[in-house]
Design a protein. Structure first.
Ligand SMILES: [Mn+2]
Ligand SMILES: [Mn+2]
Ligand SMILES: [Zn+2]
Ligand SMILES: [Zn+2]
Lengths: 134, 134
DNA sequence: AAGTTAAGAAACAATTTTTATCTTTTACCT
DNA sequence: AGGTAAAAGATAAAAATTGTTTCTTAACTT
Protein backbone atom coordinates (compact mmCIF):
# COMPACT_ATOMS: atom_id res chain seq x y z
CA UNK A 1 0.00 0.00 0.00
CA UNK A 2 1.25 3.46 -0.88
CA UNK A 3 0.93 5.62 2.19
CA UNK A 4 2.78 8.51 0.63
CA UNK A 5 0.07 8.87 -1.95
CA UNK A 6 -2.71 8.52 0.59
CA UNK A 7 -1.19 11.36 2.59
CA UNK A 8 -0.55 13.58 -0.41
CA UNK A 9 -4.09 13.17 -1.68
CA UNK A 10 -5.21 14.67 1.62
CA UNK A 11 -2.67 17.50 1.61
CA UNK A 12 -0.93 16.01 4.58
CA UNK A 13 2.83 16.21 4.46
CA UNK A 14 4.65 12.92 4.20
CA UNK A 15 6.75 12.58 7.33
CA UNK A 16 8.58 9.53 8.64
CA UNK A 17 6.42 9.65 11.76
CA UNK A 18 3.22 9.48 9.73
CA UNK A 19 4.52 6.67 7.59
CA UNK A 20 5.44 4.83 10.78
CA UNK A 21 1.99 5.34 12.25
CA UNK A 22 0.29 4.07 9.12
CA UNK A 23 2.59 1.09 8.84
CA UNK A 24 1.92 0.07 12.43
CA UNK A 25 -1.80 0.50 11.99
CA UNK A 26 -1.74 -1.64 8.92
CA UNK A 27 0.38 -4.32 10.52
CA UNK A 28 -1.79 -4.69 13.58
CA UNK A 29 -5.06 -4.15 11.79
CA UNK A 30 -6.51 -2.30 14.78
CA UNK A 31 -4.48 -0.59 17.45
CA UNK A 32 -5.09 1.54 20.52
CA UNK A 33 -3.40 4.89 21.07
CA UNK A 34 -1.30 3.56 23.90
CA UNK A 35 -0.10 0.51 21.98
CA UNK A 36 0.61 2.72 19.04
CA UNK A 37 2.64 5.01 21.24
CA UNK A 38 4.70 2.16 22.66
CA UNK A 39 5.48 0.83 19.21
CA UNK A 40 6.10 4.11 17.44
CA UNK A 41 8.39 5.16 20.27
CA UNK A 42 10.69 2.29 19.40
CA UNK A 43 11.22 3.84 15.99
CA UNK A 44 11.12 7.49 17.01
CA UNK A 45 12.32 7.61 20.56
CA UNK A 46 11.62 11.31 20.87
CA UNK A 47 8.10 11.34 19.46
CA UNK A 48 5.61 12.95 21.76
CA UNK A 49 2.17 11.71 22.60
CA UNK A 50 0.79 15.03 21.43
CA UNK A 51 2.24 14.46 17.98
CA UNK A 52 0.60 11.07 17.91
CA UNK A 53 -2.80 12.44 18.88
CA UNK A 54 -2.51 15.28 16.42
CA UNK A 55 -1.59 12.98 13.58
CA UNK A 56 -4.27 10.45 14.30
CA UNK A 57 -6.80 13.25 14.43
CA UNK A 58 -5.59 14.76 11.20
CA UNK A 59 -5.94 11.37 9.59
CA UNK A 60 -9.41 10.90 10.97
CA UNK A 61 -10.53 14.29 9.73
CA UNK A 62 -9.28 13.55 6.26
CA UNK A 63 -10.95 10.14 6.23
CA UNK A 64 -7.77 8.12 6.12
CA UNK A 65 -8.18 6.56 9.53
CA UNK A 66 -11.18 5.62 11.59
CA UNK A 67 -11.78 5.28 15.30
CA UNK A 68 -13.56 2.08 16.25
CA UNK A 69 -15.41 2.25 19.53
CA UNK A 70 -15.78 -1.03 21.36
CA UNK A 71 -18.04 -1.75 24.34
CA UNK A 72 -16.05 -1.87 27.59
CA UNK A 73 -12.77 -1.30 25.78
CA UNK A 74 -10.51 1.49 24.75
CA UNK A 75 -10.97 2.65 21.19
CA UNK A 76 -8.86 1.22 18.44
CA UNK A 77 -7.84 2.86 15.20
CA UNK A 78 -7.67 1.42 11.73
CA UNK A 79 -6.95 2.54 8.21
CA UNK A 80 -10.24 3.06 6.42
CA UNK A 81 -11.30 0.36 4.00
CA UNK A 82 -14.54 -1.13 2.76
CA UNK A 83 -17.38 -1.08 5.31
CA UNK A 84 -17.29 -4.07 7.60
CA UNK A 85 -18.21 -5.22 11.09
CA UNK A 86 -16.06 -6.41 13.99
CA UNK A 87 -15.78 -9.41 16.24
CA UNK A 88 -14.65 -8.80 19.79
CA UNK A 89 -13.88 -11.76 22.02
CA UNK A 90 -14.78 -10.97 25.61
CA UNK A 91 -12.57 -13.82 26.79
CA UNK A 92 -9.21 -13.17 25.16
CA UNK A 93 -9.75 -9.66 23.86
CA UNK A 94 -9.10 -10.53 20.25
CA UNK A 95 -10.53 -8.06 17.81
CA UNK A 96 -10.92 -8.62 14.12
CA UNK A 97 -12.76 -7.70 10.98
CA UNK A 98 -15.69 -9.65 9.69
CA UNK A 99 -17.32 -9.17 6.35
CA UNK A 100 -20.99 -8.45 6.79
CA UNK A 101 -23.03 -6.72 4.09
CA UNK A 102 -23.66 -3.39 5.76
CA UNK A 103 -26.26 -2.40 3.17
CA UNK A 104 -28.34 -5.34 4.32
CA UNK A 105 -27.87 -4.29 7.91
CA UNK A 106 -29.12 -0.87 6.95
CA UNK A 107 -32.05 -2.41 5.12
CA UNK A 108 -33.16 -3.99 8.38
CA UNK A 109 -34.42 -0.76 9.82
CA UNK A 110 -38.16 -1.03 10.39
CA UNK A 111 -40.34 0.04 7.45
CA UNK A 112 -41.88 3.42 7.99
CA UNK A 113 -38.80 4.77 9.70
CA UNK A 114 -37.62 7.78 7.74
CA UNK A 115 -34.05 7.78 8.99
CA UNK A 116 -31.47 7.69 6.17
CA UNK A 117 -28.35 5.91 7.37
CA UNK A 118 -25.08 6.88 5.77
CA UNK A 119 -22.90 4.57 7.78
CA UNK A 120 -23.30 2.07 10.56
CA UNK A 121 -21.16 0.68 13.29
CA UNK A 122 -21.58 -2.95 14.25
CA UNK A 123 -19.54 -4.81 16.84
CA UNK A 124 -20.33 -8.38 17.80
CA UNK A 125 -19.15 -9.31 21.28
CA UNK A 126 -18.85 -12.95 22.18
CA UNK A 127 -16.49 -15.91 22.25
CA UNK A 128 -14.03 -16.48 19.45
CA UNK A 129 -13.31 -19.84 17.92
CA UNK A 130 -9.99 -20.29 19.71
CA UNK A 131 -11.56 -19.60 23.09
CA UNK A 132 -14.37 -22.05 22.43
CA UNK A 133 -11.84 -24.84 21.95
CA UNK A 134 -10.43 -24.67 25.47
CA UNK B 1 -40.68 1.78 37.08
CA UNK B 2 -39.49 0.74 40.51
CA UNK B 3 -35.90 1.80 40.87
CA UNK B 4 -35.78 0.87 44.54
CA UNK B 5 -36.36 -2.71 43.68
CA UNK B 6 -33.86 -2.68 40.82
CA UNK B 7 -31.22 -1.37 43.20
CA UNK B 8 -32.07 -3.79 46.01
CA UNK B 9 -31.96 -6.78 43.69
CA UNK B 10 -28.36 -5.83 42.99
CA UNK B 11 -27.44 -5.20 46.63
CA UNK B 12 -26.99 -1.55 45.95
CA UNK B 13 -28.25 0.70 48.69
CA UNK B 14 -31.17 2.89 47.79
CA UNK B 15 -29.99 6.47 48.10
CA UNK B 16 -31.70 9.64 46.91
CA UNK B 17 -28.73 10.30 44.64
CA UNK B 18 -29.10 6.95 42.93
CA UNK B 19 -32.81 7.39 42.51
CA UNK B 20 -32.13 10.79 41.00
CA UNK B 21 -29.60 9.36 38.57
CA UNK B 22 -31.95 6.64 37.45
CA UNK B 23 -34.85 9.03 37.09
CA UNK B 24 -32.82 11.38 34.93
CA UNK B 25 -31.54 8.53 32.81
CA UNK B 26 -35.02 7.28 32.28
CA UNK B 27 -36.39 10.70 31.45
CA UNK B 28 -33.76 11.49 28.87
CA UNK B 29 -33.49 7.98 27.52
CA UNK B 30 -29.78 8.37 26.94
CA UNK B 31 -27.55 10.85 28.71
CA UNK B 32 -23.89 11.75 28.86
CA UNK B 33 -21.97 11.99 32.11
CA UNK B 34 -21.60 15.73 31.83
CA UNK B 35 -25.29 16.33 31.14
CA UNK B 36 -26.14 14.00 33.95
CA UNK B 37 -23.89 15.96 36.27
CA UNK B 38 -25.45 19.27 35.32
CA UNK B 39 -28.93 17.94 35.94
CA UNK B 40 -28.28 15.96 39.08
CA UNK B 41 -26.46 18.94 40.57
CA UNK B 42 -29.70 20.87 40.46
CA UNK B 43 -31.23 18.38 42.84
CA UNK B 44 -28.15 17.66 44.93
CA UNK B 45 -26.07 20.76 44.80
CA UNK B 46 -23.23 19.15 46.75
CA UNK B 47 -22.98 15.93 44.78
CA UNK B 48 -19.48 15.28 43.57
CA UNK B 49 -18.49 14.11 40.14
CA UNK B 50 -16.69 11.22 41.80
CA UNK B 51 -19.95 10.04 43.33
CA UNK B 52 -21.56 10.19 39.93
CA UNK B 53 -18.83 8.14 38.30
CA UNK B 54 -18.83 5.63 41.14
CA UNK B 55 -22.56 5.16 40.93
CA UNK B 56 -22.72 4.85 37.20
CA UNK B 57 -19.96 2.29 37.36
CA UNK B 58 -21.62 0.34 40.10
CA UNK B 59 -24.78 0.26 38.02
CA UNK B 60 -22.91 -0.87 34.95
CA UNK B 61 -21.19 -3.66 36.83
CA UNK B 62 -24.49 -4.90 38.15
CA UNK B 63 -26.11 -4.77 34.74
CA UNK B 64 -28.59 -2.06 35.56
CA UNK B 65 -27.11 0.54 33.26
CA UNK B 66 -25.25 0.32 30.00
CA UNK B 67 -22.72 2.56 28.32
CA UNK B 68 -23.51 3.22 24.68
CA UNK B 69 -20.52 4.17 22.58
CA UNK B 70 -21.24 6.37 19.61
CA UNK B 71 -18.88 7.19 16.74
CA UNK B 72 -17.41 10.69 17.09
CA UNK B 73 -19.43 11.37 20.22
CA UNK B 74 -19.13 11.11 23.95
CA UNK B 75 -20.66 8.01 25.43
CA UNK B 76 -24.20 8.03 26.66
CA UNK B 77 -25.72 5.92 29.40
CA UNK B 78 -29.07 4.22 29.51
CA UNK B 79 -31.02 1.91 31.76
CA UNK B 80 -30.75 -1.60 30.39
CA UNK B 81 -33.77 -2.92 28.55
CA UNK B 82 -34.45 -5.31 25.69
CA UNK B 83 -31.67 -5.42 23.06
CA UNK B 84 -32.04 -2.75 20.45
CA UNK B 85 -30.09 -0.57 18.06
CA UNK B 86 -29.64 3.19 17.89
CA UNK B 87 -30.11 6.00 15.42
CA UNK B 88 -27.69 8.88 15.59
CA UNK B 89 -28.33 11.97 13.50
CA UNK B 90 -25.07 13.51 12.38
CA UNK B 91 -26.87 16.76 11.64
CA UNK B 92 -28.73 17.59 14.83
CA UNK B 93 -27.17 15.09 17.19
CA UNK B 94 -30.43 13.40 18.09
CA UNK B 95 -30.01 9.94 19.46
CA UNK B 96 -32.75 7.40 19.87
CA UNK B 97 -33.67 3.76 20.13
CA UNK B 98 -34.77 1.73 17.18
CA UNK B 99 -36.17 -1.75 17.36
CA UNK B 100 -34.13 -4.07 15.22
CA UNK B 101 -34.15 -7.83 15.78
CA UNK B 102 -30.66 -8.32 17.10
CA UNK B 103 -30.88 -12.10 16.74
CA UNK B 104 -31.27 -11.59 13.02
CA UNK B 105 -28.31 -9.26 13.01
CA UNK B 106 -26.32 -11.94 14.75
CA UNK B 107 -27.54 -14.50 12.24
CA UNK B 108 -25.96 -12.45 9.48
CA UNK B 109 -22.45 -13.47 10.38
CA UNK B 110 -20.95 -15.41 7.47
CA UNK B 111 -21.49 -19.16 7.57
CA UNK B 112 -18.42 -21.04 8.63
CA UNK B 113 -17.45 -18.39 11.15
CA UNK B 114 -17.25 -20.05 14.54
CA UNK B 115 -17.65 -16.90 16.61
CA UNK B 116 -20.54 -17.11 19.10
CA UNK B 117 -21.96 -13.67 19.70
CA UNK B 118 -23.57 -13.00 23.04
CA UNK B 119 -24.43 -9.38 22.39
CA UNK B 120 -24.00 -6.87 19.67
CA UNK B 121 -23.79 -3.14 19.39
CA UNK B 122 -25.31 -1.44 16.38
CA UNK B 123 -25.45 2.29 15.78
CA UNK B 124 -26.80 3.75 12.57
CA UNK B 125 -25.45 7.17 11.75
CA UNK B 126 -27.29 9.33 9.24
CA UNK B 127 -29.95 11.95 8.84
CA UNK B 128 -33.09 11.86 10.94
CA UNK B 129 -36.55 12.53 9.61
CA UNK B 130 -36.76 16.04 11.06
CA UNK B 131 -33.46 17.05 9.48
CA UNK B 132 -34.52 15.70 6.11
CA UNK B 133 -37.53 18.00 6.10
CA UNK B 134 -35.53 21.22 6.17
C1' DA C 1 20.99 22.54 -6.15
C1' DA C 2 19.99 26.37 -2.88
C1' DG C 3 16.55 29.35 -0.77
C1' DT C 4 11.90 30.10 1.05
C1' DT C 5 8.02 29.01 3.60
C1' DA C 6 4.52 26.88 5.79
C1' DA C 7 3.39 22.44 7.99
C1' DG C 8 4.77 19.48 11.26
C1' DA C 9 7.66 17.63 15.33
C1' DA C 10 9.23 18.26 19.89
C1' DA C 11 8.95 20.03 24.32
C1' DC C 12 6.18 21.39 27.65
C1' DA C 13 2.10 23.30 29.84
C1' DA C 14 -2.63 23.25 30.55
C1' DT C 15 -7.24 21.07 30.32
C1' DT C 16 -10.25 17.63 30.70
C1' DT C 17 -11.69 13.21 32.20
C1' DT C 18 -11.56 9.56 35.40
C1' DT C 19 -10.13 7.29 39.56
C1' DA C 20 -8.31 6.88 44.35
C1' DT C 21 -8.14 8.10 49.23
C1' DC C 22 -9.88 9.78 53.31
C1' DT C 23 -13.52 11.51 56.43
C1' DT C 24 -18.32 12.13 57.38
C1' DT C 25 -22.93 10.73 56.71
C1' DT C 26 -26.66 7.55 55.99
C1' DA C 27 -29.22 3.26 54.65
C1' DC C 28 -30.46 -0.83 56.52
C1' DC C 29 -30.28 -4.77 59.52
C1' DT C 30 -30.99 -6.54 64.03
C1' DA D 1 -32.91 2.92 68.81
C1' DG D 2 -28.06 1.27 67.96
C1' DG D 3 -24.39 -0.79 65.24
C1' DT D 4 -22.18 -1.38 60.94
C1' DA D 5 -20.98 -1.35 56.40
C1' DA D 6 -21.79 1.15 52.33
C1' DA D 7 -22.15 5.38 50.19
C1' DA D 8 -21.57 10.54 49.89
C1' DG D 9 -18.61 14.46 50.01
C1' DA D 10 -14.16 16.51 49.62
C1' DT D 11 -9.91 16.51 47.93
C1' DA D 12 -6.08 14.89 45.59
C1' DA D 13 -4.04 12.16 42.16
C1' DA D 14 -3.72 9.89 37.92
C1' DA D 15 -4.79 9.29 33.14
C1' DA D 16 -6.16 11.06 28.79
C1' DT D 17 -6.36 14.76 25.61
C1' DT D 18 -5.45 19.30 23.82
C1' DG D 19 -2.99 23.80 23.43
C1' DT D 20 1.25 26.76 22.83
C1' DT D 21 5.71 27.89 21.53
C1' DT D 22 10.00 26.99 19.34
C1' DC D 23 12.80 24.33 16.29
C1' DT D 24 13.05 21.34 12.23
C1' DT D 25 12.04 19.63 7.81
C1' DA D 26 9.14 18.56 3.57
C1' DA D 27 7.90 20.51 -0.42
C1' DC D 28 7.63 24.32 -3.42
C1' DT D 29 10.11 28.13 -6.02
C1' DT D 30 13.56 29.87 -8.23
MN1 LIG E 1 -11.75 -3.17 11.02
MN1 LIG F 1 -31.08 2.81 23.82
ZN1 LIG G 1 -11.05 -15.40 22.36
ZN1 LIG H 1 -31.44 15.36 12.88
Amino acid sequence: MNYEQLLRERDLKVTPQRLGILTLMHQSGHISIEDLYVKISRQFSSISLATLYKNVHAMIETALVKEVKIPNMKSKYEIIKAPHAHLFCTQCGSFEDVTVPMEEIEAMLPHGIQFKPTESSLVYSGICEACQNK
